[in-house]
Write a protein that binds this ligand. Structure first.
Ligand code: UT7
Length: 323
């Protein structure tokens, strides 16, 4: 098995900033409630850019930083729950935008855990297919699947994308992942797809094509998902949590991170957060945070980091890596 390392990271956020005050013009809420219950102050919202546009912009930055020409890319995986359409996949749209003609391309649907899953899938394919590189993207335009009349959900989410270029390497990179799901709890967080309403259907099956969430249930699940994800990924390694410089969690809710940190008996400062300015961007959230940390110069070569995410499915997962 050869090592696989993140060689470049990038992110792109739409320029429109939507504050809590602006949201409170749409639904019965206020800035104080949203900040206290979630930690979110503002989010970026697309004014028309679709998921593939955002994914492409994030990818271009990651490719440049990795020193990889798109023409040489061998694999593109996009994690998303808000694709432009059923087909083509966002990954194929990105391939076309980038002229990455050699790459194998597909999307994965793992909600907020998507980027973490995609890293491990890419690593596996790089080994089995001997791909020298891969582009892994998490990108979402959640605003198009948000119910803007539901104050329980529309306060949380934002749009954006993040990307990582992976390369085979002589140095240690992605060390270990832990990926789990709990499909029996799937009803806690859903977005419906196409209706069944055909000349052959016995009855119509109609779905809401917007986010429906049991916030309390997801909140409880999330705290134990972070706890398990962080502990399991260091288990049976010679790396202790003390040696881990940062835990980079999916940016869902400040209260989730605070409770998870207490349960893990770790200081909150080990968890890097940017949800106050970005909100919950589902699969994009982990790479957007990583990109911010990179741009702030917080990630030094050799630093050990844990990525941990959870969300619809329900799914969760973590990755231990060396930067
Ligand atoms: O990517 C993973 C996806 N999702 C998550 O991680 C979400 C996890 N869950 C959460 O973040 C929280 O459950 C929420 C922020 C969504 C909600 O917070 P909560 O503390 O669980 O509130 P709640 O749903 O239990 O509601 C408490 C009260 C209710 O009023 P009553 O029944 O006590 O009178 C709600 O109607 O707060 C009310 N409420 C609001 N009030 C003002 C719910 N949403 C709002 C709002 N503004 N936006």
């Amino acid at each position: 098995m050869s090592n696989v390392k993140i060689a470049g990271i990038g992110a792109y956020l739409p320029s429109l900033v939507v504050t809590n005050d602006r949201i409170s013009e749409l639904v019965e809420t206020n800035d104080e409630w949203i900040v206290q219950r979630t930690g979110v102050s503002e989010r970026r919202i697309s004014e028309g850019e679709n998921t593939s546009d955002i994914a492409t912009k994030a990818a271009e930055i990651a490719l440049e930083r990795a020193g990889v020409d798109a023409k040489d890319l061998e694999l593109i995986i996009v994690a998303t729950i808000s694709p432009d359409m059923f087909i083509p996949s966002v990954a194929c749209l990105v391939q076309s935008n980038l002229d990455a003609d050699k790459a194998a391309c597909f999307d994965i649907s793992v909600a907020c855990s998507g980027f973490v899953y995609a890293l491990e899938i890419a690593k596996g394919l790089m080994n089995s297919m001997n791909y020298k590189n891969a582009l892994v993207v998490g990108a979402e335009v959640l605003s198009k699947v948000t119910d803007w009349t539901d104050r329980g959900t529309c306060i949380l989410f934002g749009d954006g994308g993040g990307a990582a270029v992976l390369k085979q390497s002589d140095e240690v990179g992605l060390i270990k992942s832990y990926l789990r799901s709990d499909g029996k709890k799937g009803d806690a967080l859903t977005i419906g797809a196409a209706d069944i309403d055909t000349p052959f259907s016995k009855e119509k099956v109609l779905k809401d094509r917007v986010i429906k969430m049991n916030g309390r249930e997801v909140l409880r699940f999330a705290v134990s998902a972070i706890f398990d994800g962080v502990n399991e990924v260091v288990k049976n390694t010679n790396i202790s949590l003390d040696e881990v410089k940062y835990i980079v969690p999916h940016q869902a809710n400040y209260r989730i991170i605070k409770s998870a940190a207490e349960k893990l008996k770790l200081g909150e400062d080990k968890f890097y957060l940017n949800l106050d300015k970005v909100g919950n961007t589902s699969s994009a959230s982990v790479p957007i945070v990583l990109n911010e940390m990179y741009e702030k110069g917080l990630l030094k070569k050799g630093d050990k980091i844990i990525l941990v995410a959870f969300g619809g499915g329900l799914t969760y997962g973590s990755t231990l890596l060396e930067w």
